[in-house]
Design a binder for this molecule. Structure first.
Ligand code: AKB
Length: 317
């Protein structure tokens, strides 16, 4: 990995991945791809090149790959689960037609491609606890449909054309840098902002609803480690189950109250997000990622909570 294009570089993962890659690849080029209206600013703009990179515009993407001799594409352009339910056709266009553009460019120009999947690729008929790597995937959301199709199409381009596609199934990602937009797991980020600001938090997910989660530093390591893994050791490619913790709203609330005893949470359940959450696994089995490329997260709920509260206190207060 030397010359990298991050598509969706101003989003929740992209904003931090772009800066991490720029620090980790000295002498390489990390291009921040963005769409008009979400231009990179500050250190993102100043620390490397940026280009308008709309996944739905194949010619524009191909020109960037040529201009910077890109060898690896992080394809992070996507609508998250709750928004994708409101705009299913747009989700299909970005997540499927956009992916096809990227895979075709990668085939022609010899790039490796990472396109994240999600716990959303599972559905109500998947085993709910310790969901295996290889199991039933019949999601009921447009987000999930596009994630399963992304996995299949990425594997197809690998077996048929030899395109080096690899990816992980991310759980809910928790970060103190860029807010997620329109996901089902967003509550696990919002709750920290409310606690640090001293506000009461109104939780859209019911008590007792468990989902897998991960702190962003671990997610960034997953993005990089999977692309740098020895290909001979990979039995799977698209996509690996990865997780770091599983909790419900009561458990994260209790973890925050240990540090902020005055914090208060109430429930105001959002039926759309709740239905999505109930169709997803409670917990994933990520043993294939651990054995095939050494996945091993650093943060648990307690250490993440300490770090989130400390970083957000500096940022917000
Ligand atoms: C979402 O909630 O949509 C995402 C995800 C788990 O894929 N955070």
């Amino acid at each position: 990995m030397k010359n990298v294009l991050v598509v969706g570089s101003t989003g929740q993962i992209g904003s931090e991945l772009t800066m991490t890659l720029r620090r980790q690849i000295p002498g390489g080029t990390v291009v921040a791809g963005y769409i008009p209206g979400s231009e990179p600013k500050g250190e993102w703009l100043e620390s490397g090149p940026s280009e308008i990179a709309n996944v739905c515009d194949a010619a524009q993407m191909a020109a960037i790959v040529d201009k910077y001799k890109i060898d690896t594409i992080y394809n992070l352009a996507a609508l998250l689960s709750a928004v994708a339910e409101k705009k299913p056709l747009l989700a299909w266009d970005i997540q499927m037609n956009g992916l096809l553009n990227i895979l075709e460019i990668a085939r022609e120009k010899g790039c490796a491609v990472f396109t994240p999947s999600s716990i959303g690729c599972f559905g109500p008929s998947s085993p709910k606890k310790n969901t295996p790597q290889d199991t039933i995937q019949r999601p009921k959301t447009m987000y999930g449909v596009t994630k399963v199709a992304t996995e299949l199409l990425s594997d197809y381009y690998y077996t048929k054309f030899g395109v080096d596609t690899r990816s992980v199934r991310f759980p809910g990602l928790i970060s103190n840098v860029t807010l997620p937009g329109g996901g089902t797991t967003d509550y696990a980020v919002e709750i920290y902002y409310a606690a640090v600001k001293g506000e009461e938090y109104s939780c859209p997910i019911k008590a007792g609803t468990f989902m897998d989660m991960m702190y962003m530093p671990d997610a960034l390591r997953a993005c990089i480690d999977i692309m740098e893994a020895d290909p001979d050791k990979l039995v799977h490619r698209n996509s690996f189950n990865v997780t770091a913790m599983s909790f419900d709203p009561e458990i994260i609330y209790a973890a925050i109250k240990e540090l902020r005893p005055e914090f208060k949470m109430v429930y105001n359940v959002d039926p759309v997000r709740q239905a999505i959450a109930e169709s997803w696994p409670d917990s994933l089995d990520d043993s294939c990622a651990r054995s095939e490329w050494g996945w091993n997260p650093s943060y648990d709920l307690k250490s993440m909570t300490v770090d989130m509260i400390e970083k957000l206190s500096k940022k917000l207060l």
